[in-house]
Design a protein around this ligand. Sequence first.
Ligand code: AMP
Ligand code: MG
Length: 406
Amino acid sequence: MLVPLDDARRHVLGFLTRPLPAETVAATEALGRITAERIVAPEAVPSFDNSAMDGYGVRAIDTVVAPVELRATGRTLAGEGPLGMVGAGEAVRIMTGAPLSPGIDAVVPIEQVDVLDDGARIRLAAPVPFGQHVRRTGDDLVIGDVVVESGARLSAAHLGLLASLGLEKVSAVRRPRVGVLSTGDELVQGPVPLLSGQIRDSNRPALLSLVAEAGAEPVDLGHAPDEAGAITAAFLAGVTSCDAILSSGGVSMGDVDLVKEVLDLIGEMRWMQVAIKPAKPFAFGLVDGVPVFGLPGNPVSSLVSFELFARPAIRRLAGHPDHRLDRPCPTAIAVDGLPRKPDGKIHFDRVVVRIASEGRLEVRSAGGQGSHQMSAMAAANGLAIVPDSLGIPVGGRVAVLLTGEL
Ligand code: AMP
Ligand code: MG
């Protein structure tokens, strides 16, 4: 019996209901992580009144009778302290970011000033509004303002904001450590010549990269041959150091698909044939309480299975909200159509999506759709979700999971 995709996904996520615990980390290490508590401003930003322009600081009241001449009595640069009291009829040269000296309440950009007598006097043609080009203390944040809510994904701008407040540490959900294991006697590692029947292990580097891209910490658990002892040892080592484990291969109907046997002995697994193509065989369960994903061995299948099952689970562990567990899934126009035959499965076609005129998304097949054909997977930036049918006709609409950049 084929398991509907939604049921299989619900099954997996049902085991991963809570994020990992929080930890205090350096803000510089926190990009993309989820905050575990609300952060409030311990100081005001800016912390002093300052100029938003290079020009002259003036007392607005002196300029209501413009045109007017003022005595230029000093200069303040960014990084310096303010001058003494600026009196009636006086102005000071001021640079962007420099503090306003007492008395100054507006800034005139240098372009609007006639500088006379080698800078001893200035003439203004028009009155200057009170507060013009002045950045007031606390304009951005006052003490106690919420800087980042709990549960927010820390962006580059957040980290800039934290730095502007002198905050060097944040409490964030721990980054999941995700182990990746390859299985199979046919796999060889490294740039050695292939003997008859051998292939190179391509799933492990690809899955480790997807783990990193999902914001988790990849842990390379290496390669186990089709031998129960070695597979057992690899999983047991993995569960001591990882928050989740991904294995590829050995979960289908082959004679040496020992991953199945081993995991049934050391864990509680559910073996599924999911109603999707590629990536039909899939296993999920717990070994010593650690979630284990038995991904199919075929290279394209292992990556599609990762997208549909492992990625949302990893992101839940990392604290992402439910509406951001999956990649964005916009609708696109199938320029050439995406034909298929009914077979009771949802197909995930490897496609190239691009932004066409007026922001419309267009989608085309990325090439050969065999589950061993990694070249199309590599060329693709999306997986078109083609429902069980005769496919998407030319010009028809299809939802596309965006796995890469547009
Ligand atoms: P299996 O499910 O173990 O029978 O594997 C299915 C197919 O995927 C076979 O053609 C395997 O050789 C291939 N395969 C399994 N693991 C990997 C891997 N790590 N890298 C590349 N291909 C693999
Ligand atoms: Mg195998």
